[in-house]
Design a protein around this ligand. Sequence first.
Ligand SMILES: CC(C)(COP(=O)(O)OP(=O)(O)OC[C@H]1O[C@@H](n2cnc3c(N)ncnc32)[C@H](O)[C@@H]1OP(=O)(O)O)[C@@H](O)C(=O)NCCC(=O)NCCS
Length: 159
Amino acid sequence: MTEITIRRAGANDVERLNEALRSLSDDIGDSHGGTPELLVQAGFGDHPAFRAMLAEARDDIVGAALYSPVFSTVRAGAGAYVSDLWIAAEARGQGLGRKLLAAVADDARTVWNACFVKLAVYDGNRKARAFYDRLGFAASTGETTLTLDESGLAALKNT
Ligand SMILES: CC(C)(COP(=O)(O)OP(=O)(O)OC[C@H]1O[C@@H](n2cnc3c(N)ncnc32)[C@H](O)[C@@H]1OP(=O)(O)O)[C@@H](O)C(=O)NCCC(=O)NCCS
């Protein structure tokens, strides 16, 4: 079996990282707004909005995770918000998703002293939900995720 390496992505990886994220978008039915340029700008400048972990088999990216810091006064500490997690179809079911998330958690603990991992999963993505359930993730109750988009932000600014 090909050896798989898990490592943090650098600016030189953005082309292949973007392809991995595009595959994730395809798999879960999202439109894909990412580009390598956007990823460089958002993830590898002076104030990165995310970090990324890659699973690599020779020169192929077979897994990717994007994560960002969040802070919770309730939990009295920082956490990692995993915005994207993808394992290539041919590499699924071998423990790689678990390993990638473990590497994310390790890195987040090192850089942010993160004591929890948070993420969202589409209601219809039953396989991913089963995967997260298996790892011990618990669904939040009594809260709804809300987003203010660009037009909302513009309106907010003008109030
Ligand atoms: C969800 C995903 C990341 C899981 O990665 P994976 O490498 O296949 O999962 P693993 O092999 O590491 O599985 C870890 C555990 O979850 C369990 N698991 C994985 N998929 C499962 C499923 N569909 N049903 C039930 N259990 C599952 C495994 O049995 C394993 O448990 P075990 O260690 O006790 O045997 C991968 O399937 C994927 O990329 N899917 C498409 C994209 C996607 O939906 N991403 C998540 C968006 S929120």
